[in-house]
Design a protein around this ligand. Sequence first.
Ligand code: ATP
Ligand code: MG
Length: 246
Amino acid sequence: MSYLELKNVKKSFGAINALQGVDFQIGAGEAVGLMGDNGAGKSTLVKIIAGNVQPTSGQIFVDGQDTVFASPLDARKLGIEIVYQDLALCDNLTAAANVFLGRELQAGFGQFHKLSHAAMNRRAAELFGELKSETRPHDLVERMSGGQRQAVALARTRLSDPKLVLLDEPTAAISVRQVAEVLARIAQLRDTGHAVILVSHRMGDVFEVCDRVAVLRRGHKIADKPIGDTSPEEVTGLITGALEEA
Ligand SMILES: Nc1ncnc2c1ncn2[C@@H]1O[C@H](COP(=O)(O)OP(=O)(O)OP(=O)(O)O)[C@@H](O)[C@H]1O
Ligand SMILES: [Mg+2]
């Protein structure tokens, strides 16, 4: 059984039909590339899966259960973590504070508990090290580059043991070395039984780490096939509209 299944999901923003009836499923140990031109509906789809946007209609099943996410917290409780395209970090906080936002470590108990900044800084330093990022826990996010912000957002997904990780264009604005780390992280997640959805415009990234590729065009899913059954040329044709569907 699929971990996640979407049935006939539609989303309108006023007169704009961002998603026009999308079916999609993903199981444990699968990495799926989600591709499509600008405005095709990719971010809208992953935001719906993350509970950040409510679909206009359609159903979401998690482990076979018909589910409604009222907020991102509902999705996170079921093991769904997202790294947003626009990253959604708090600029005025440090890197470590952003990593632990909403799930701060506490020391002590009862009325004596306090946030354990030392422990959070230590753990954040470990996570940045694993991601080969130069980011330091005390760095303020407002002074960070795009790549450093990416490391902070990625570190957040390593805190818990998520069932499904959604990455919206994680490699769009980072260095070659960091791209390799992100792709290695995706492969590692998949190989340890997690499900990963990678939204990307980078054909090479998708063909390197994904088992399957789904293509959206103007809110419709026009292809969904194993990587081995398609080619970069075919997917490019699907994205641009040179090919109707496959
Ligand atoms: N909050 C919103 N309000 C109004 N329209 C929106 C909103 N979010 C998305 N849209 C519209 O929905 C459509 C799909 O947008 P979406 O962000 O999902 O595209 P995308 O495939 O992620 O594109 P990109 O590759 O540029 O990131 C677009 O026409 C966009 O303008
Ligand atoms: Mg997008």
